[in-house]
Design a protein around this ligand. Structure first.
Ligand SMILES: [Zn+2]
Length: 277
């Protein structure tokens, strides 16, 4: 197998980062389609995956095909307005949802959409995954909100999604499924895994007893730890914190930050302020 930057590249590898040629992106989208199918995040012809190519065009999976068995030539290239540019297959109407992320989030280079069964069960029951239960989830995603239902593949769904896109990297879609984004395909896929894993653990905890939520103080510490883990929060300023055991009662409590954490928080605030102007 060829080695790339010290990493063994197998037919089933998806490398971190988005600096890849189109051929590699095509191969990796097929791999992620296979992973989603093998993990039962999708069945039949469900789900779609896309990446932003270096020239700004969007490479995406076609409609009406099983995403677990795609070949690189099955993929479709579209522009940011959803015009079909390349490929013999038809694009999915759900690509509209992907384009919304690419238009509103210059930091996003990949989007995954699937219907993982446990997470979709929450979405069908009208429940967000918004409780502060697991440190990695609070650090990595904050919370996973539930976007109100709108018909898949329509501008109405994009309208419902729009207020969330700049503030969250992972979303549940009511009565439908889940969508994640990331700076690269591997991250977007991992976020889909995290959604499903979180849903399974939440359900297991509810079956086992009453889930014990973190306090707002614990959540504040986890948010501050984002810096240490190199987590880049979405660019918007509207993200809500997950639901805590004390309903934010202690949110004004003192917390202790390391110097580097404080610096990074200030830097992040300045960056967001600049981006708004
Ligand atoms: Zn769907």
């Amino acid at each position: 197998m060829p080695a790339r930057g010290g990493v063994q590249v197998t037919p089933d590898s998806v490398l971190a980062g988005n600096h890849k040629n189109e051929k590699q992106h095509r191969r990796e989208i097929c791999t992620v389609g296979r992973w989603m199918y093998q993990r039962e995040y999708i069945v039949a012809c469900e789900g779609n995956v896309s990446v932003r190519l270096s020239d700004g065009r969007i490479l995406t999976t076609p409609t009406c095909m099983n995403k677990g068995t795609l070949e690189p030539d099955d993929l479709v290239v579209v522009d940011l307005d959803g015009r079909h540019l390349e490929g013999t297959r038809r694009m999915s109407s759900e690509v509209l949802m992907h384009l919304l992320f690419y238009r509103l989030r210059p930091d996003v280079s990949a989007v995954c959409h699937a219907h993982p069964s446990t997470a979709t069960g929450f979405a069908v029951a009208g429940r967000a995954l918004d409780q502060a239960l697991l440190p990695e989830v609070v650090i990595g995603l904050g919370k996973i909100p539930l976007v109100r239902y709108a018909t898949p593949g329509t501008p109405e769904l994009s309208q419902a999604l729009e207020p969330y896109v700049e503030n969250y990297d992972a979303l549940l879609l009511a009565n439908h499924g889940a969508v994640t984004c990331g700076p690269d395909l591997l991250t977007a896929f991992y976020r889909m895994e995290t959604i499903e894993h979180t849903a399974k653990i939440t359900l297991a905890a509810e079956n086992a007893g009453s889930p014990k939520l973190f306090s707002s103080r614990e959540v504040a510490k986890l948010m501050a730890a984002r810096v240490r883990y190199g987590v880049v929060a979405p660019p918007g300023n509207g993200a809500e914190l997950p639901v805590t055991s004390d309903g934010d009662e202690n949110v004004t409590d003192e917390i202790t930050l390391r110097r580097a954490e404080l610096d990074a928080l200030i830097e992040d605030a300045v960056r967001k302020d600049r981006a708004r102007r």
